[in-house]
Structure formats: C-alpha cells, structure tokens
Design a protein around this ligand. Structure first.
Ligand SMILES: Cc1ncc(COP(=O)(O)O)c(C=O)c1O
Length: 444
C-alpha cells in the first residue's frame, strides 16, 4: 500500500522534502505523479489552463477577428453570448426567464446585487461567518453592517436556527435587517434554502445567493424538482475567476436575476451608469465593472465543460467519502442532502482538534499531497473586523464556524486529479491514522 513514502507520525522533522520540482511535460508529470514522486497540488487550475490552451488561443483569435470587423472591443457579442449561455443552462422550467449580467469579479457582483436590492447605509445584512471576505466586504461598500451568523455542521452553510435565535435575542436589530446572503460554501447549496426564502419573505428581506463556489449545484426545493444554485433568491452572484468550477481567464463574475428591472440597472451600473446606445449619457453612479470579451470567450469554453467537470468532481468526492468511512477515520465528511448535488468546489474534512488537523496535514505533505485551509479564520476574526476598521455584529458564539476554521482542511479535488493520484491521497490519509488509537472528536 505504501508507494515509497515514509510512515508519518505528523512530526515536521520526519517529513519528506517538498522542494519544488522542475517543469515537466504532461506525460512526464502524469507518470511521475502516478508513481508517487510528484506533489499533488491542492488546486488544479494550472492543469486546466494547460489542457485548454489550444482551444483558448483559437477562441481568442476569433474574438479579435470579430472585434476588428465590428470595431467593438467592450461589451460586444462574446459577452452577450456568454450571458445567454448561462441563462439557458440554468433556466428553471415554468418560471420567469433568467437575466445574466457578466461583470469583472464575484466581488463586483455582490456589490451590484446589494445596490440593486436597495441596501443602504445603516442597514444590516445576514452573512454566514464562514465565507470569503467579499461576501461581507460588499456590505461595507454600500454602508451596511454584516451580521455574522453560524453555519450548520456537515453542510457548513448558513444555519437557519442560528438566524432565528438571533432574531429573538436581538429584537433591537431586527428592523434594520434588509437582506440575507446564503453562501453555497464548498459547492453545496444551503439545504435550508426553502426555509430561508420563506423567512425572508415574512421579514421583507431580499435574498442574495452567493453561489461563487457552486456553479451547477442543484437542490431539490419546494417539491418542484432541481433548482440551480443562484436561481432561487432575488439575485444570484457568481465568482467566475479562473479558480472556480468554470471560470474565465482572469477575474470575472456573473449576476443572475429574474427581475428585468434589476438586470437593466445592473447592465447600466457595470458600465459607469451608461445606458446602451447612449455613449456619453450617464444615468446612475456606476462602476467600471464590465467583463472583457477575451474573458467571456474563455468563460464560454469552460462553461461548456462544466457538467462533465462537475461529474468528475462528484465521483472524486464519493470516493473520498467511501474511503474515509470504510477506513473508519475520525473525520467529519461533507453531508449532501438526498436528491441534491454539490458542485464540490472543495472537499473539506474536519478533524477533532486543531492539533489533529495539523498532524494529518503534515502527514499528507510528507506524502506529497497539498491541502488547503479554507478558510483559516471566521470573518469576524479577520483583522479588518478585529481592528474595528469595519463594523460587524456577531450572532452568538459561532461555535460551528470556529470549529471548521480551526479543524478543517481540504483535500485535492478537481477534474484533472488522476484516479491513482486520488488513491495516493487516500492511502496517505489512512496511513496518517495507522498505528494510532482512535482519537476523541471527529464530531462536533
Ligand atoms: C464565496 C465567495 N464569494 C465571493 C467571492 C469573490 O469572488 P471574486 O474573487 O471573483 O471577486 C469568492 C471568491 O473566491 C467566494 O469564494
């Protein structure tokens, strides 16, 4: 079972060298990786871009030809085609059509969504404590205060119970809440979405889904079959950066709404407040936030691969879960509700203690397997909030989010991960627990 790596006790002094390896051809890399000598990266973007290189160059040449012909270098046909592709792919049968608006990042998308929802200075917005900084930073940009709420064990998404408890405990703030941002963390749609939507309706809140990590994830909601991430609330926001399940070449983002007026506002806002056809008329305080045409061309290529790539991610996730359960490892693995499908942006395992996490990370690194802490801190623990530069409200003790930040680590999961590389990850993880007494923990 051991293919040449040392038995690991988690002591950094006994770990194998992780010196960088020189560049190799793809075949060399695959052969070496399969034999256990080449590090397995935590993220697969480099491999993805390498595989798509020829296709991308052809698409970019076509965009440049088109631009020469039309003289349009911004917001031209490629951007509109990409929007149309997303609208069609994630449409919900028998529901109003979706309007997609491409922008230059997921952060810009969140900022625009809050503006489109009418969020103003002094308002409060419910945000999970465990997400990327942009979800909360966008609130600051419109002058709103995020209320950081705990997440649910196993799905690691916004806890409805924690939201309800906050409403009871802080009745003084209830009237100031104007929106809620469920974040579909690690690719998993918040399973409570139907109840979150119902609560938001009762309270008069807007629902902004942060689906940056959940491209193509689905949830069985309201008994009406599958709904795609980002299509259930008032607006869905996606990061389309190059590291996401389907991204563009650099930074990019997308907004999805069924409200044509919101879509019109967002189209104008992303282009400095300019209305289409009125080049020097500026109708709103907009931003320079549009998506570039070359990025759109890359986005379309990746989007066409999304289903196939997500299927591969699902297979990898299923194999990890099966292997961890069969080996009886004391790790909490992700929970996906029956009938729903995560996009598996990340596969997080949660150890019982921070020391245990550090130990298995060292063991994996010694075997050439990179892991990622995603994220190492909850948002209110970030210096920008601790220093008081930005205001925030913390709902309760955030015990689950803190435990996840302290004890979670992500295993490599990306479509380009080779099957024998995955077996190497599993063997290293299993080996990390060999000869050890079962540890307490592994549950919360
Ligand atoms: C949950 C979440 N929200 C927002 C963002 C921000 O997106 P971007 O980096 O494209 O601005 C990210 C990016 O990682 C994210 O993961």
């Amino acid at each position: 079972m051991q293919r040449g790596w040392k038995l690991c006790d988690g002591n950094p002094t006994t770990r194998a060298s992780s010196a960088p390896t020189p560049p190799q051809t793809q075949t060399q890399t695959q052969t070496a990786a399969s034999s256990g000598r080449v590090p397995i990266p935590a993220q697969g973007n480099g491999r993805r871009m390498k595989a798509l290189r020829a296709e991308l160059h052809a698409a970019w040449n076509a965009v440049m030809d088109e631009a020469e012909e039309s003289g349009t270098y911004t917001l031209g046909e490629p951007v509109r085609r990409f929007e149309q592709m997303v609208e069609d792919a994630w449409a919900t049968p028998n529901a109003d059509p979706l309007h997609a608006v491409m922008v230059n990042s997921g952060t810009t998308a969140l900022y625009g969504a809050l503006l489109a929802c009418g969020i103003q200075p002094g308002d409060c917005v419910i945000v999970p404590a465990m997400t990327f900084i942009s979800t909360a930073l966008a609130c600051a940009w419109v002058g709103a205060t995020p209320i950081f709420v705990d997440v649910t064990p196993g799905t690691w998404t916004l806890s409805l119970d924690a939201v309800r408890q906050f409403l009871v405990e802080r009745a003084d703030l209830r009237q100031r809440i104007r929106a809620i941002i469920p974040v579909h963390l690690y690719g998993q749609i918040a399973p409570d979405m139907p109840h979150i939507l119902a609560l938001a309706q009762e309270e008069g809140w807007k629902v902004i889904e942060d689906a940056s990590q959940a491209h193509g994830a689905t949830l069985v909601a309201d008994g009406h079959g599958n709904k795609f991430a980002g299509t259930m609330g008032d607006i869905g926001c996606f990061s389309m950066s190059g590291v996401k399940n389907a991204g563009v070449a650099e930074d990019g983002g997308c907004l999805l709404t069924r409200d044509p007026q919101m879509a019109d506002f967002l189209r104008m806002w992303r282009d400095l407040g300019r209305k289409s056809g009125d080049r020097y008329g500026f109708h709103a305080p907009g931003v320079r936030g549009r998506m570039g045409q070359l990025n759109a061309a890359c986005g379309m290529i990746q989007f066409l691969h999304l289903e196939e790539w997500n299927a591969r991610r699902r297979a990898i996730a299923a194999r990890y879960t099966q292997a961890i359960r069969e080996a009886g490892l004391p790790l909490v693995t992700p929970i996906v509700p029956d009938g729903s499908a995560s996009a598996w942006y990340k596969y997080v395992v949660v150890a019982g203690t921070p020391q245990e996490r550090a130990r298995i990370e060292v063991c994996l690194r010694a075997a050439g397997v990179e892991t990622e802490r995603y994220y190492p801190l909850t948002l209110p623990e970030q210096p920008v909030y601790q220093s008081g530069q930005l205001p925030c409200v913390v709902a309760g003790d955030l015990a689950v989010a803190r435990h996840l930040a302290a004890c979670g680590t992500c295993l490599p999961i990306y479509p380009e991960l080779l099957p024998d590389e995955q077996e190497r990850v599993i063997a290293a993880l299993t080996q990390a627990y060999a000869n050890r007494q079962p540890q307490p923990g592994g549950t919360i």
